[in-house]
Design a protein around this ligand. Sequence first.
Ligand SMILES: Cc1ncc(COP(=O)(O)O)c(C=O)c1O
Length: 424
Amino acid sequence: MKMQRHLPPTAAPLAFRDLVTGALGLVCAGSFQRTLESEIKTFFDVKHVFLLTSGKAALTTILRGLKADSSRRQVIIPAYTCFSVPSAVLKAGLEVVLCDVDPHTLDLNLQRLRETVGPDTLAIVVPHLLGQPADIPAIRGIAEPVGALIIEDAAQAMGCKSEGRWLGTQGDIGFFSVGRGKNLSAGSGGVIVTNSARLAESVRREYASLASEPIMAIIGNLLKVVVATFLIHPKLYWIPAGIPFLGLGETKFYSDFPVCRMDGIRVGLLSSWRGRLVESNRCRVQTRRSFLDRLSRAAERFLVHPSEAVLNLRLPVLMPTAQQKEALCAAAKINGLGISGLYPAPISKISDIAAMFGSRRYPGAEALSARLVTLPLHRFVTETDVDRICAVVGQYLEESGETPAQDCRSHEDVLHRKVSPSAR
Ligand SMILES: Cc1ncc(COP(=O)(O)O)c(C=O)c1O
């Protein structure tokens, strides 16, 4: 454990007043909830909103609703995504079917998708991983002819747009996560959005049967949020980052998660959500631009689809080899730079469920799990941090004969420079 400035990979901190409104949510749950639902409807221009305890609870509820109205049983998901996605499909009692991904866009591989859809496809879970927009019109062209629905997984893309429209609102139904490490956080939480009256009715039936979480779990979430609000700061993040049993950033597969309605405390924690989301996005746009300026020579080759218009949660970089990724992540960890991989394995290699997929290979998903790293973009990342990160990334890419960081100083120079007092 080294006492030093240590950037978390993501951060969406809450202010003291959010904690106060969170506590008030215990007594004003109903009115807070109606206000939040109506604000989300207006902001995202959607007709129907449902609030739940997590993104995976949201996906499970959507799928249970769809399942009740259809005899189809297969759900196509990306072969590289959050482990919660297959666990939600299984919890809803449906079959997981994998589709490989394109490592250069993080989207589904459209050719593979055409080969995978069929008469038993109930829905396709379309990723907007790290805020990279999936090609919804192209996917619609594949889904519609076979009667499959599009569920947008906008867990990592709340507040991101493509072609002027919010991600999460372009498919048949979508969901956001307001969990740890997302654009906006209430500790944990999920939001379903749709404009379809028919799908909203299916979800409403399921939602009506959901209980609230037990009070101890609700208070536990609040306590975690309070602690995280302090420890997420780069001056203190070295403390949780140095405690192995906290398992920060670890991805685990489990299906015993609660599927409940969002409680008043979580809703209260989100009472200033619009301002927080807008501010979080503004910082990420600015920091992303700083990275793109400095990494310009490498941009075409190593950044994942580096369009100016994309608003990433974290900036994705596809390293040339798995060894370079490992070496970069290890160096970044020692120096507290907030660089990390995303998911450690393709869904087909999760030991609890690997048998479902036989020996099929998913080369795009394998490339991402072996070589994808993400650079932090949140509000605590300063220009000095960007310099330090570029220097380290540049060093590991230079080892492959490529030079990404033309205007970055040497690694040692920058890494050991004192962090400026203006650090946010
Ligand atoms: C792409 C993706 N989908 C779904 C989820 C599930 O969201 P939650 O953690 O709120 O259950 C996550 C969360 O990390 C995610 O990143």
